[in-house]
Design a protein around this ligand. Structure first.
Ligand SMILES: Cc1ncc(COP(=O)(O)O)c(C=O)c1O
Length: 316
């Protein structure tokens, strides 16, 4: 990062950013890529580039773009989200989608886009589902966007290539932070025209950065060194889930690097305090979410399990 060759990316003059964008576009099979500081901003610019003011997009109730991004699409984009219940496996059923697409009628906001997320809550969406659903909505005239903040986890889990993972999506937002471990950065991918529109929205949203090459250099490093190792995070998640189950907790079977454990209500605060005393900061909740990553090697997982084990409240 310190040695990165830089320029002013607002003018498209940062060679390291340009390299990252073209490496990502090539790897995923899109005509263009655009670097963003965050996944939130990348998703929002994508929604705004696909939809005009007053348009509607279909999205899961549990989706990050709908639930965890401050309602940006509605607040800043003047877009109407149509949230749909996610199935237990994270998909949106074809029936729900079909019923939610509005007919051309003066009363309805035009439905323009389906936005999906993969992985969602650590669950990998099946490829056959993705093929069927993207074909279905394209036939109905909708565009498709994939929030692939954690898509590399799905790619490693399914042992597929990048192009297969995004097949059927007009655009995809891929994060280089999170599992890949960079301090910041996401790349939005799509057609040249789409990327041109997203670049204007990125500027409006305050995402035009100057010497952003120092961040892009981290992304290029991560693409080379941190993708295949995601399998270790998945193994660590299994190890964590098995260890917590051995303590008698109810734990959902992880598919990638995210573990959900049920913590009985009266243990939430005391367990959180107990872990904090041992230097483990965790947002303990009735459905506690634990995420494995490259800075948490298996020895740390064991330390976390030991701390859970030492908690004396289980027996009281
Ligand atoms: C699925 C998903 N999408 C989008 C985001 C937003 O990314 P950022 O935190 O970089 O804005 C996250 C963040 O965790 C995420 O998990």
């Amino acid at each position: 990062m310190a040695a990165a060759e830089v320029g002013d990316d607002v003018y498209g003059d940062d060679p390291t950013v340009n390299r990252l964008q073209s490496v990502m576009a090539d790897r995923f099979g899109y005509a263009g890529g655009l670097f963003f500081p965050t996944g939130t901003q990348s998703n929002l610019a994508a929604l705004m580039a696909h939809c005009a003011r007053g348009d509607e997009y279909l999205v899961g109730q549990e989706a990050h773009t709908y639930k965890y991004e401050q309602g940006g699409a509605a607040v800043l984009g003047s877009l109407q989200p149509q949230p749909l219940e996610n199935e237990p496996d994270g998909t949106l059923s074809i029936e729900r989608i079909a019923n939610a697409i509005k007919p051309a009628d003066i009363h309805f906001a035009p439905t323009r886009l389906l936005a999906l997320e993969n992985t969602i809550g650590g669950r990998v969406l099946p490829l056959t589902y993705l093929r069927a659903i993207t074909e279905f909505v394209h036939a109905r005239g909708l565009k498709t966007h994939l929030d692939g903040a954690r898509l590399f986890n799905a790619i490693v889990k399914l042992k597929i290539d990048e192009r297969t993972a995004v097949a059927g999506f007009d655009s995809a937002s891929i994060c280089l932070s999170k599992g890949l471990g960079t301090p910041a950065g996401s790349v939005l991918l799509g057609s040249r025209e789409f990327i041109g529109a997203a670049k204007r929205w990125r500027k409006a949203l305050g995402g035009g950065m100057r010497q952003a090459g120092i961040l892009a250099a981290a992304g290029l490093y991560a693409l080379e060194h941190h993708v295949r190792r995601l399998a270790e995070d998945h193994e660590n998640a299994e190890r964590l889930a098995a260890g917590l189950r051995a303590l008698g907790l109810v734990v959902e079977q992880p598919q990638t690097n995210i573990v959900f454990a049920a913590i009985p209500g009266d243990h939430v605060s005391p367990l959180g305090a107990h872990l904090e005393e041992r230097g483990i900061l965790a947002s303990i909740a009735p459905r506690t979410r634990l995420v494995t990553h490259l800075d948490a090697p298996s020895a740390r997982i064991d330390a976390v399990l030991q701390a859970f084990n030492d908690y004396s409240g289980w027996t009281s």
